[in-house]
Design a protein around this ligand. Structure first.
Ligand SMILES: [Mn+2]
Length: 339
């Protein structure tokens, strides 16, 4: 990969300036804590590991903090075993880098104490709250990892095969293996450059898309068996705690379920209700492209993207379903009236 001192921008005039400014901050400090959001995915962890590797290569001290286990399917990422659940060894002047979250609250309880003046915020979500002292945000990018690649360039660090694997993992994770509409020519070029730099594409796709637990596949079968399809194109299903217990599955095993509902030909909006131990439901919403599920999720106190969003809704089950279907229909009706 060429080492031009330019950040890969996506038509946003301020992205390059932001990258240079953040790179200056990274050069000026000596210790960094990489911070992930709750329910970590390939984008947030790959971004943290990639920037961590880049910073270590220029002599900086790096801690990867995660108030959770690293999900099994992300344990292919270089550096994952260095992830720690405490702030042990973190000095008072350390800088905290928050990845892939529009709001500090998404980082979970353990990171709410971190003051703005010590935060670098790197993100691609709509409506980012600019909660850091340094905010490197570009909503046009498919993944936060694209922005991290820009920083690696700005730092003048060589993109090693390990850094490339982490960053290709972010792109593959957030684009559904380059299938979603966010996989622009720009994103494909970044992916190609990362493969040229030595990223292990086959390892990433095998781990993210072709490795599932047997328990998870059994629950997927049950969720499809129980799925409902309404006349107005809402395909939904529920995974209860009892189902998870029956097969020994966890919420981590459920990531394919909502996608399997979304592919139904008469489906416009897919909704999966995942019962939590406390009786509330974690809701995942997916759109076939006509309706903005982020609006629906926001009406329920959640958020996300146009085609993929989520929220948490209180039980009991029947009233949760009723409220969610009402929120979905309200957005669908609104669009039908205005288009
Ligand atoms: Mn992301």
């Amino acid at each position: 990969m060429s080492q031009e001192n330019t950040a890969p921008t996506n038509g946003k005039a301020n992205a390059l300036a932001d990258a240079a400014e953040v790179a200056a901050c990274l050069r000026a400090h000596r210790q960094f804590v990489m911070c992930a959001h709750e329910k970590p995915d390939g984008d947030v962890l790959g971004s943290g590991y990639a920037l961590g590797l880049a910073l270590k290569s220029i002599g900086k001290s790096v801690t990867y903090f995660l108030d959770d286990e690293v999900p099994r399917n992300l344990r292919f990422m270089p550096e994952w075993q260095s992830t720690q659940r405490s702030f042990e060894g973190v000095a008072d002047d350390a800088i905290f880098v928050f990845f892939d979250m529009s709001d500090q609250a998404r980082a979970g309880k353990a990171l709410q104490w971190v003051p703005r003046e010590r935060i670098v915020n790197i993100d691609h979500h709509l409506g980012n709250k600019r909660f850091g002292r340094w905010n490197y945000v570009n909503e046009g990018e498919a993944a936060t990892g694209s922005l991290v690649l820009g920083l690696v360039f700005s730092l003048g660090v060589k993109v090693t095969p390990d850094i490339a694997t982490c960053l290709l993992g972010t792109l593959i994770s957030d684009t559904g293996c380059f299938q979603y509409s966010n996989a622009s020519p720009h994103t494909m070029r970044l992916g190609a450059a990362l493969i040229e730099a030595g990223a292990d594409k086959d390892l990433i796709t095998e781990q993210l898309y072709y490795t599932r637990t047997f328990a998870g596949q059994k629950v997927l079968g049950r969720a499809l068996e129980n799925a409902q399809l309404t006349d107005d194109g809402i395909c939904y299903s529920i995974v209860t705690q009892a189902m998870l217990e029956e097969y020994g599955a966890t919420h981590e095993d459920l990531e394919d379920v909502v996608g399997a509902l979304r592919v139904v030909d008469r489906c416009e909006v897919a909704a999966l209700f995942k019962e939590s131990a406390d009786g509330a439901y974690r809701l995942s919403l997916r759109s076939r492209g006509r309706f903005n599920v982020m609006e629906m999720a926001r009406a329920l106190g959640g958020g996300g993207h146009f085609r993929a969003a989520g929220a948490t809704v209180a039980g009991p089950r029947e009233s949760a379903i009723e409220r969610v279907l009402a929120a979905i229909r309200s957005t669908m009706d609104e669009k039908s009236r205005t288009h």
